[in-house]
Design a protein around this ligand. Structure first.
Ligand SMILES: Nc1ncnc2c1ncn2[C@@H]1O[C@H](COP(=O)(O)OP(=O)(O)OP(=O)(O)O)[C@@H](O)[C@H]1O
Length: 261
């Protein structure tokens, strides 16, 4: 097992307010984590540190074995796949889906006059098929549905064979069918030993893909619970995290929660 992310007593303070408070957490390459918590809990801020886009106010963050503040973060970022609504906004709407994936190999958004290697073109074709986008390669990003866009962004993120894949609410705004399709794909991807470590932020236990191994539950910037999903994703921990009692059920690796009357 190789450690890909390690936070030690991390705090992140803005406007004198602790947004993350005393977070100690680590992720190994074989693990697939879900970060669960209410709006404003600090989930995206945690991912921002994991992508090396920002530094903690105190404590230490090690990403892929490198301590933030001591290394060239641009080199590091090429080894991390990251999908969020913000990454989607950076893609030009006129960009064909094939190029969205292909340009990741060259760390650019929007094709210019680059010459692509055959090996990259073949890899992009393979990944497009894998994420069920083979028939969309010539379509432009602006013409895709939300579900297709999410898959295109994930395909782009995995194009560089990242050592860690970070997904910030990938199924937000998807209809039931698109959500289920995406969860099946994430679940299949998570099951492969060749896949990188994964960390996925969500608000909903229904969006936990089967096969994800661990859960980190946060509220007001502090960890409420963290550990293997089957021991940690409990009604008691949900109550501590979301501040109300829930009935939690699990069927075939899928979770559902409703408020307890
Ligand atoms: N740079 C900043 N300056 C001031 N406040 C910030 C900054 N970044 C985040 N915050 C605040 O920190 C809190 C946590 O934000 P964050 O986006 O990490 O939460 P989240 O758990 O991802 O929320 P959501 O589920 O709603 O996306 C929020 O109240 C947000 O307004």
């Amino acid at each position: 097992m190789v450690n890909v992310l390690r936070l030690n007593d991390v705090s992140y303070v803005r406007d004198r307010r602790p947004i993350l408070d005393g977070i100690t957490w680590s992720v190994d390459d074989s693990e697939r984590w879900v970060i669960l918590g209410p709006n404003g809990a600090g989930k995206s801020t945690l991912l921002k540190l994991a992508t090396s886009a920002d530094h903690p106010t105190s404590g230490t963050v090690e990403v892929l074995g490198e301590r933030l503040g001591k290394i060239d973060v641009f080199e590091l970022r090429n080894r991390i796949g990251f999908v969020s609504s913000a990454t989607g906004r950076r893609i030009p709407p006129t960009e064909p889906v094939r190029d969205i994936v292909l340009t990741a190999a060259y760390s650019v958004e929007g094709r210019w006059n680059e010459e692509y290697e055959d090996i990259d073109v073949r890899q992009a074709e393979r990944i497009l098929e894998e994420w069920d986008l083979g028939g969309y390669a010539d379509r432009t990003f602006g013409t895709l549905s939300d579900g297709e866009r999410k898959r295109a962004l994930i395909a782009r993120a995995v194009m560089t064979d990242p050592e860690m894949l970070l997904l910030d609410e990938p199924s937000a705004s998807l209809d039931l069918g698109a959500r289920e399709r995406l969860l099946q794909m994430l679940s299949g991807f998570a099951a492969s030993p060749a896949s990188p470590a994964m960390v996925m932020v969500t608000h909903h236990v229904e969006e936990v893909p089967p096969g994800f191994t661990h859960v980190l539950m946060i509220r007001d910037g502090a960890i409420q619970a963290a550990g293997p999903i089957r021991d940690t994703l409990t009604a008691a921990n949900l109550e501590a995290t979301f501040g109300m009692p829930f009935e939690l059920t699990e069927t075939g690796g899928r979770y559902a929660a409703v408020a307890r009357p």
